[in-house]
Design a protein around this ligand. Sequence first.
Ligand SMILES: [Zn+2]
Length: 304
Amino acid sequence: MSDESDELAMRLKAFEGRAAAVAGAGKDPVNEPMIRHWCEAMGDTNPAYAGPEAIAPPTMLQAWTMGGLSGHTGRSGAYDELLGLLDDAGYTSVVATDCEQEYVRPLRPGDEITFDAVIESVSERKTTKLGTGHFVTTRMDVRAGGELAGTHRFRILKYAPARGKPKARRPRPVVNRDNAGFWEGVGQHKLLIQRCGGCGSLRFPWLPGCGACGCLEWDTVEASGEGSVYSYVVMHHPPFPAFDPPYAVGLIELAEGVRIVSNVVGVPYDKVRIGMPVRLQFERYDEELVLPVFRAGETDGGGS
Ligand SMILES: [Zn+2]
């Protein structure tokens, strides 16, 4: 195995420095409409990107080089050749890992863009959580009027997916200062609802302030656990690791009047109905994850 890998490693190394794209030209010069669309999509209202003295947002660097649906002509085959070699070696999966940009000078409307790209490095074989493979880094130099304006490095991992991977675990909740008390309650098998210190409104999910009166003071009340299905969806696609579709996601209205998104358990997914009475229980999914879920049907004994 090591001999074969050594030979492959040498062949991969030989791609370093080869052109991935030669003498590409931007399809459009830097222009105000594309800048405006970008800023709208990004929600970027920086005044530097509008008006007669506008510059393009630096992070648009790659946008000026993109070929669109019709692509670019004159693209080098070395990159495809490299990916093909990795495919043949069993590294059939690909994931984009990161992108780095350096900005040398601002781009302004009217700048004519040219670029070329080189395969900068092919890593040694690395094993990651996803599997074993090689990182491939390309560097694109972007020029305006022939002068370097910035560089764009793009890295992918071509890998063979890990085999016999452990069963995926449910995503962890994001616990922060605003909701820590809720998750502490769950840890004690209590579903806690926030109660406004100003107007007494109950609220869920947890928020720092009251949506009714703006008051930041609050305490909690423990939910009785009684509720009903206010609405629901049945998840079929896309499948997520750790979830086994189809399954019902319910919007549960608690007896206290607030609603919570949770799983409905205890009945087949296609038997969940709006108005169905449900009762809170705490389900352990792994050694660190307990979640409140809602059981439908004639459960009366045992509690949680
Ligand atoms: Zn209030």
